[in-house]
Design a protein around this ligand. Structure first.
Ligand code: HEM
Ligand SMILES: [Fe+2]
Ligand SMILES: [Fe+2]
Length: 370
């Protein structure tokens, strides 16, 4: 049965989880004088979504139906909804109207541009054309101006039966999902065009406070930063050429994120086991150690050309006053080499990895003797 959650005032998320593919399909219903539905869902889930919507309002009173692009989960049940709600109008951009809906829909759509406001009473929506973002020539996203909600369709796709809305960052999960899609039979999910970065910038400039996500948790918080982060993820995952040599980035050659995390963990385990490094761990909470560990993973991942960001402090600041010696530096490099060896990393990649560290030596080493 679909789960209904009011994720923000008057904004209801109707979620169907499909365990076979570990994916949620979310439909958004806005309660207002003229209720609006974003994503009709598949034809086969029409009754389920309608019955869930009926817990919030009378489904036959829906007046506006919109979606991002022509696709089963986005609009497969459009005609069922148009039949259910006799006064409902499909709100769609020019391309979707011309190439699909004027033919497909049982009633002519309302064709809008970004100039047209769709007033529903307390709320006001705009359909922003975003060709090929997330995908499809006809793609667009809906933005509600009063509460600054961006209906994101497939952007920020995350796998799992996750919470309806979160204020924790969803970027890491979105990155993993994009990588997983690219590695499987559905590769090519999201194209990266010369307009992608600009369109994401323009969406960020809207400063959404809520991101209503089709697959995965919706997000409440700084939508502009989330979109900037997504832009960076898409660029690095979908345009790997920028970060890599012809044979692939060091990130890929090391075996990707999980391999890097595991190498870092082995390095840290060796350092912790060595009494000569005990002074660096003493008096630090587990959380502070975990934080430094995650920062190091992110940093190595990013330096190796992977789709990560390093958000920590610079190396001079974070090591100043630790009095790290030349000998400690050498020992650290040996442990890193051992960890790489243990993971079967080839000599060339080992050297490149250690080079990533070497560039920070002047910032980290403070004394010649221990
Ligand atoms: C002998 C070698 C090293 C020692 C003993 C060492 C020790 C430490 C210690 C004790 C901290 C925690 C500082 C704090 O709690 O504020 C730290 C932070 C950190 N270290 Fe190192 N480090 C070494 C080399 C490196 C190298 C080679 C890198 C990567 C290039 C690195 C990356 C980091 C990062 C990312 C942080 C966290 C920065 C932050 O808190 O914002 N360290 N290191
Ligand atoms: Fe989708
Ligand atoms: Fe889609």
């Amino acid at each position: 049965m679909a789960a209904v959650t009011e994720i923000a005032q008057d904004l209801f998320r109707i979620s169907i989880f499909v365990p076979e593919i570990n994916l949620q399909f979310n439909h958004f219903l806005v309660r207002d004088d003229e209720p609006l539905l974003f994503h009709t869902g598949y034809k086969r889930t029409f009754a389920e979504v309608r019955d869930a919507a009926a817990k919030v309002l009378d489904p036959s009173k829906i007046r506006h139906i919109s979606f991002s692009h022509f696709e089963g989960a986005e609009c497969g049940a459009l005609n069922e909804w148009l039949a259910q709600a006799p006064r409902a109008e499909t709100v769609v951009g020019l391309v979707g109207s011309l190439i699909n809906l004027q033919d497909f829909a049982i009633r002519p759509p309302r064709t809008v541009t970004g100039e047209d406001a769709i007033d529903t009473g307390r709320y006001r929506f705009r359909f922003i054309a975003t060709p090929q973002l997330p995908h499809g020539w006809d793609a667009g996203l809906l933005f509600e101006e009063k509460r600054r909600t961006l209906f994101c369709s497939d952007l920020f796709h995350q796998f799992g039966d996750v919470e309806p809305i979160t204020d924790r960052p969803i970027l890491e999960e979105a990155r993993k999902a994009l990588l997983a899609m690219e590695a499987g039979p559905l590769a090519g999910y999201v194209p990266y065009t010369r307009h992608t970065g600009r369109m994401l910038d323009e969406l960020a400039a809207l400063q959404p406070a809520t991101l209503a996500v089709m697959h995965g948790s919706s997000f409440q918080g700084a939508g502009d930063r989330a979109l900037a982060g997504l832009a960076e993820i898409m660029r690095s995952v979908l345009q790997p050429d920028e970060h890599s040599s012809r044979e692939g980035s060091l990130y890929l050659r090391l075996g990707g994120y999980d391999a890097i995390a595991s190498i870092v963990d082995d390095l840290l385990a060796s350092l912790r086991a060595d009494p000569a490094f005990a002074r660096f761990g003493a008096g630090r909470s587990l959380d502070s150690q975990n934080r430094a560990r995650q920062l190091l993973v992110d940093q190595v991942c990013a330096l190796a050309g992977g789709p990560c960001f390093y958000t920590g402090r610079d190396m001079k600041t974070s090591h100043a006053g630790l009095r790290i010696s030349e000998d400690e530096w050498e020992a650290n490099l040996r442990y890193a080499g051992d960890a790489l060896q243990k993971h079967g990393i080839g000599p060339r990649e080992q050297a490149e990895f250690l080079d990533l560290f070497a560039r920070y030596k002047q910032d980290i080493v403070e004394t010649t003797q221990a």
